[in-house]
Write a new protein. Structure first.
Length: 165
């Protein structure tokens, strides 16, 4: 299987494509050895979003970040200022690549998020299987469920696919 990579592009000085090894090599000060310290109930090793972005050098005009998952065509676009300092990208658990069952190989997590579809930045923005971070000046593509009903349908479908795994 080809190793999954994370692309950072859009309004950045240096567009990047990073492997898990590249993520692990990001400066110590940006590494989060145990994400449960920041996001209770979650496990694994991650890197702070601002540490990742530092490498790509976002333009001052970048105001939104869109978290893309090609795997299941799920996308969330949120104000950069709201997540820049607190967002974490999880890439490893127990010394192994993060499994798909917990959103791996790369999963975005935010601490203290609002309940699903109650705010622009909510639990639904914890995008699993993230493969691209796109920076834009205005809000980018977003297909998070927008109604309670759509949301319940998505969760039911996810539960079903997890049971089949
Ligand atoms: N790629 C992808 N990420 C996703 C989703 C999805 O369907 N696909 N669902 C979102 C929603 S609506 C929620 S509430 C959280 C649920 O994550 P959890 O089951 O780990 O709590 O993941 C989010 N991340
Ligand atoms: Mo959600």
């Amino acid at each position: 299987m080809q190793e999954t990579r994370l692309t950072i592009d859009g309004l950045v000085e240096k567009p990047l494509t990073l492997s898990m090894t590249d993520l692990a090599a990001i400066a110590h000060q940006f590494q989060v050895p145990d994400v449960s310290v920041l996001v209770p109930g979650r496990r694994g090793r991650g890197v702070m979003l601002h540490g990742l972005l530092e490498q790509a050098a976002p333009h001052a005009s970048a105001a939104y970040i869109t978290l893309h998952s090609t795997t299941d065509d799920f996308h969330a676009s949120v104000p950069l200022s709201a997540v820049r300092e607190t967002g974490v990208l999880v890439y490893e658990v127990d010394g192994q690549p993060l499994p798909a069952s917990t959103g791996g190989p790369f999963r975005f997590l935010l601490p203290d998020v609002a309940a699903c579809h109650t705010a622009e930045v909510d639990e639904c923005a914890n995008v699993k299987f993230v493969d691209r971070l796109e920076l834009t000046g205005t809000r980018g593509f977003d297909n998070r469920p927008s109604t309670k009903r759509e949301h319940e349908r998505l969760h039911a479908a996810q539960q079903q696919s997890q049971q089949q795994q």
